[in-house]
Design a protein around this ligand. Structure first.
Ligand SMILES: Cc1cc2nc3c(=O)[nH]c(=O)nc-3n(C[C@H](O)[C@H](O)[C@H](O)COP(=O)(O)OP(=O)(O)OC[C@H]3O[C@@H](n4cnc5c(N)ncnc54)[C@H](O)[C@@H]3O)c2cc1C
Length: 492
């Protein structure tokens, strides 16, 4: 059990509720630096992980060393994910340099294999500051480093505007969550960035860092042992400039009609398209809410946007923070699992092969339109995702297979997948409000039609075009993995 308290530099910080110790070790006085290990919060500014490390470093008279590593063997590693991460990593390093911080990177590959780099870097550190991410491989990697290293490890929440720890840990519904969350928002919207007191770290390192900005990131990614059948997104470029362009477009074009247009999947400008940048932390909610408010799109539009970004996204982060394994089937509401189990043996005339589903070649035109957005763009419009998720229940042999397939497709293809919002939304899609009517296969889980898209002007034509758009022919596994994040990944 972890009983350590925070060192004064972090305990006295106004952002202290974001921080929790992951082990009971004491700060090492002879350390060369404070190690700041980033996995997903890949931004140099408005980043509480970096700020916490700077505070700790200043208190100890030490510089901060920011580290980001990119490995070949994380689940679903592909050209799509690797290019996106590498772009963010390159801009992270440039932003750190501008802040007076050293940032070192390593891209793992056959020609430059390094084992246990985080542990080796931690061996020279006074302490480690890392991210508090409640899912994918990040959580157990952080716990593993904390258990094995001889220095204190502090986990910092960077994903949410309001850190989950300031909310009661017994909230059971979104209504109760909003009642606790909304009054906290104003206080957490203000922040002041920390400045390092010492020059950037320039001492010895246990490896020769990579400088991916100096070569061709495409060639580097092409040389790796990852899934090359999934190319980069057609709509979401990597890096901070692309994120800022999406944010500027959202502020000026999307938000002024957001409350009324958000459900229209036929229009690209009905949604911000920001979720990939949130998932990889290129943008944070604090900065984005400030930009949205500054754009003054109108009260109802701003309120709707805040409800999605803070009311829904942070609700799912809160749920994941409380769950040991937020990505597992057993998180779906018990009544929904029970009613789906009651109908598990029902005939499934609309069952599809994994090959047809993965490639968007099923008998369901609307579903194919949804899936092809994932395939080509690495992103899907919110309104399509609900239909897409519900239909998988009828297309697969059992409720558990439906869960595994939905998570697999989402996590492999979507840039914003492998996220608390992924599993929270799929769980909600598989449950929601119980319907009065008992139906084959679904039991009392409500089904959903495609009318909200099809009935729009030009909706039929849009769906037909979207269902036949050219997409990458990606590799198809023999079966979808079950609980892929718990196995098959080695030491960071
Ligand atoms: C079955 C299903 C699977 C989903 N999988 C994911 C996923 O893997 N990753 C993911 O980030 N979101 C997921 N969502 C939620 C939502 O569909 C996406 O966040 C949204 O479509 C992203 O597009 P956008 O950035 O244009 O959203 P916008 O409408 O512009 O919203 C702005 C931001 O608010 C947040 N947001 C919006 N809707 C939701 C929501 N329902 N839940 C949580 N946050 C929300 C996102 O961070 C988003 O970027 C899923 C929804 C469903 C129904």
């Amino acid at each position: 059990m972890v009983t350590a308290s925070l060192p004064q530099a972090l305990a006295a910080w106004r952002e202290a509720p974001r921080v929790r110790p992951l082990n009971n070790r004491a700060l090492v006085r002879g350390g060369r630096y404070v190690l700041c290990w980033l996995q997903q919060a890949l931004r140099a500014h408005d980043n509480p992980v970096i700020d916490a490390a700077i505070r700790l470093g200043n208190a100890l008279g030490l510089p901060v060393l920011v580290y980001h590593g990119l490995r070949e063997d994380y689940p679903y590693a592909s050209d799509r994910l690797h290019r996106f991460i590498l772009g963010a990593s390159i801009d992270l390093a440039a932003g750190c340099a501008a802040r007076g911080l050293a940032c070192v990177r390593h891209v793992d590959r056959a020609a430059a294999r390094e084992k246990g780099l985080v542990h080796r870097l931690a061996a020279d550190a006074a302490g480690v500051v890392l991210e508090d991410q409640p899912g994918f491989v990040a959580r157990w990697q952080a716990e593993r480093v904390a258990a094995r290293t001889g220095v204190p490890v502090y986990a910092v929440n960077a994903a949410c505007l309001v850190p989950p720890a300031v909310l009661s840990n017994a909230i059971s519904g979104r209504g109760g969550f909003l009642r606790r969350h909304e009054p906290e928002r104003a206080a957490w919207s203000e922040w002041g960035e920390e400045a390092p007191d010492t020059p950037p770290y320039s001492g010895p390192l246990p490896f020769a860092p990579d400088r991916p900005e100096e070569g061709d990131p495409g060639a580097l990614v092409a040389s790796l042992a990852i899934d090359h059948s999934l190319p980069p997104s057609e709509t979401h470029a990597a890096g901070r400039a692309a994120a800022e362009a999406h944010l500027a477009r959202a502020a000026t074009i999307v938000l002024p009609s957001y409350a009324s247009a958000r459900n229209d999947a036929t229009r690209r400008d009905s949604a911000s398209g920001l979720s990939p940048y949130f998932h990889f932390g290129v943008l944070g909610p604090r900065e984005v809410m400030q930009a949205a408010s500054a754009a003054a799109p109108g009260k109802q539009h701003l309120a709707k946007f805040a409800d999605e970004l803070l009311g829904w996204r942070e609700w799912f982060h809160y749920q994941a923070w409380r769950l040991q394994s937020p990505e597992r089937w057993d998180r779906v509401a018990p009544w929904a699992r029970a009613t789906l189990a009651d109908h598990a043996a029902d005939p499934r005339p609309e069952a599809e092969s994994l090959n047809a589903m993965l490639r968007g070649e099923t008998r369901d035109e609307t579903w194919n339109a949804c899936q092809r957005q994932f395939l080509a763009d690495g992103w899907m419009h919110n309104n399509l995702r609900m239909y897409w998720g519900k239909r998988i229940i009828a297309m697969t042999p059992s409720p558990e297979a439906a869960w595994a397939t939905a998570c697999y497709l989402n996590d492999r293809l979507s840039l914003d997948g492998r996220d608390p919002s992924t599993w929270g939304n799929i769980a909600a899609t598989f449950a929601g409000t119980p319907s009065e009517r008992e139906q084959p296969i679904y039991g009392r889980v409500a089904t959903r039609g495609d009318g909200s898209t099809r009935r729009r002007e030009g909706g039929d034509a849009w769906l037909a075009q979207a269902a036949s758009r050219a997409v990458p022919q990606i590799s198809v596994p023999a079966e979808v993995p079950v609980d892929p994040y718990l196995t098959g990944y080695s030491t960071p």
